[in-house]
Design a protein around this ligand. Sequence first.
Ligand code: SIN
Length: 541
Amino acid sequence: MGYTPEMLEMIKKVEATRAARVEKKARGEEFAAMGIDERNELKKKFHPDYKSDALRKVKIGPNAGDEMVNKFVDVLETPSSLELDKVDLNKVDYETDVLIIGGGGAGCAAAIMAAEEGANVLLMTKLRLGDANTMMAEGGIQAAVRAKDSPRTHFLDTIGGGHFKNEPELVRALVFDAPVVIDWLDRLGTMFTKNEKGVMMTIHGGGTSKKRMHSAADMSGAEIMRTLRDAARGKPNVTVVEFEPAVELILDDKGQCFGAVVKNLETNQYKVVRAKATIVSTGGSGRLHYQDFDTTNHYGATGDGLVMAYHAGCKLCFMHPVQYHPTGVVYPAQNIGLLITEKVRGLGAQPINAEGEQFVFPKEPRDIESSAFIRECHDRGKGVPTPTGRVGVWLDSPMIDMLHGEGTVRRELPAKFRQFMNHGIDISRLPMLVYPTLHYQNGGVEMESDAHSKQIPNLYFAGEVAGGIHGENRLMGNSLLDINVFGRRAGGSAAKASRSVELGSPSLTHVVEYNREAGKKGLTGRVAAPILLPDYVGKIK
Ligand code: SIN
């Protein structure tokens, strides 16, 4: 339990420089942020996306010829796992106005809004309602609500963080809806951290020029998920079905979305859902462990929605840049890969190398911060080894109490405090050891700003499955925001559209054709498509 005597010895170097670093920081002096050229050079040399085997061109489907992250191409180059002979499209098992596939934050936000528009909503989810990456988010949600901030500044920060590649219309929707979302969540009952006057507290995140990160201690995602899940469950016209994930979308003879084939995980039986409008909110793909990285992601994050949408003819975007969160746990070994929220750096903790030196501005955008950590460990030889053969850098959390007063760590980071205390480490007295961990799928399925698919009528997207909002790199707090912004937009748009939709006859020809095309190209597949549940048998090191 706790740090080994060797590690405690190494920590002495961090302690030796701490008082001077705190003093400097209190004077407002900070390690300089990098310029654009320096950032680009660092990223090219050290970010995992730039390793020679990181990407390859996909050979099939709407993005044929585009480079994407290698392990995801394995999934796209696998024929559909759906056993077509076991599906009877003439027998409809569920019928609804709006089908929502996925029960995380985006799915629940969509359900609430669609129900309020008067639609009957069927929400089908792979695991339990709320088992999702939303639940795992810690640090907060961005919104420009303070007098000295504005959605325009939030727009510029977001575009800068995304390296100027984001879809401007999606960013516009994100930042201008943000204040509405914060007010909505507050009224639904989210317990945001507030000061004694009842005003929400805001802090900085990486890449933000203003303090606009709203949090619920360091459990912001869990608290927002609780609120949305309870509100969705409370709607009489929302039906939730758990453990029945969608495995393929169904199109009709007019080329519009007709619903989905779902699979009962207990009986393995396929069922047909007929829906006037369908929303895909299945989340990200961190459980594919791109480049064998550990991940912060929920067990169900296997990219299923991307695969189904791709088989149906939707284009994907930004599937080449992957987000590695700089501060994943590397010690204790039981917690490897778990998230240590950016809020820790937002509160003033600095990344420190084995020599006790600060080596990077703590609030660079995540891809830059991660690249700097990797350089420190693997190029400069200033990483800290762990007893299980890992390497990391220190995150000097005791600075937080020194900067803001005794008790701040316990008050602002209660979940992290308890998580480390369970292993005998008091993070208000001792630093944490961290290394980048696979955190977020920057890209996803192309969509319009009303969340509608760019390619298939009657089909909508919300949450991590959607692409374009964040360009090449998402900023902290813009994900808890986008699940709400586009969940709400998808729910409202789908419910309104469902009033006038005329569905044709159902078809899975697109799946048959995808399989045929894969066969012609000799792509027999290496995994399942969609994966549904990650397979760790024999893979845990
Ligand atoms: C964090 O708290 O650092 C994660 C939240 C996010 O990815 O926005």
